[in-house]
Design a binder for this molecule. Structure first.
Ligand SMILES: [Zn+2]
Length: 236
């Protein structure tokens, strides 16, 4: 029965994608795999992109308008980002998302210009069709609050690169009513809570903007000093 339902979903997805979206073909794809930055805080982003052959990599192009936040809902010891990356490559469930974040690791599973199936709002919904999905781990052997802080840094970098604002960051709950990200919505396990998480993102975003402005000023300063030195040499 489950396989039958999966087949029905896959067929609907294919028909819808043919009618309404741009399918991506292997070998004929300009992939915008990831962010320009390769590090978030001091964590390198690991790219472990789902192979083309996996049915739950939908291969449908996307321009992101939202970022959707999830909790993994898996408190098992060892259920960290690496475990979820392995799961995604092995599962036959029709589910996929863009990033998994734990207290010390960030792994990317889908290019940022492809949709994933994570929001529970079908093939017509903005959640699946137009949002970058981030899963935050809640493994019992991890530091959950640190995982949220790492996710806030990643979200800030995405907002900055895609010129989005904080209003475009939404909980999974927004799309389908599911109680996800449960820890944040219920403020459990020391979670920053949804509002606290939004504030953390805004703080990280201001840091990125400030640092960027600072480096632009430093570049202008260096240019002015060079020009002054040139004039001075000519005067001598
Ligand atoms: Zn979710």
């Amino acid at each position: 029965m489950r396989r039958l339902i999966n087949r029905y979903i896959i067929c609907s997805a294919i028909i819808f994608s043919l009618l309404h979206t741009t399918p991506i073909e292997e070998g004929n794809i300009e992939e915008k795999i990831g962010l320009k930055v390769e590090e978030i805080g001091n964590i390198s982003i690991t790219k472990d992109i789902l192979p083309y052959s996996k049915e739950h990599r939908p291969m449908i192009s996307m321009f992101p308008k939202y970022i959707t936040i999830h909790n993994t809902d898996n408190e098992d010891i060892g259920a960290d980002a690496n475990m979820h990356s392995r799961y995604l490559k092995m599962t036959e469930e029709y589910v996929s998302w863009h990033y998994t974040v734990d207290d010390g690791t960030i792994i990317q599973h889908l290019p940022l210009n492809e949709i994933g199936y994570h929001a529970g709002d079908g093939m017509m919904g903005d959640g699946n069709m137009h949002s970058i999905a981030i899963e935050i781990c809640e493994n019992a052997d991890g530091d959950y609050v640190q995982a949220e802080k790492n996710a806030a840094k990643l979200v800030a970098a995405l907002l900055y690169e895609y010129k989005m604002d904080i209003s475009q960051v939404v909980p999974h709950n927004h799309w389908s009513g599911k109680d996800c990200p449960h820890n944040m919505l219920s403020k459990e396990k020391g979670s920053l809570g949804w509002e606290g998480f939004r504030q953390e993102i805004s703080r990280e975003l201001s840091n990125i903007t400030l640092n960027d402005a600072k480096s632009s000023f430093e570049q202008i300063d260096a240019l002015v000093i060079k020009m002054i030195e040139k004039c001075y040499r000519k005067l001598k």
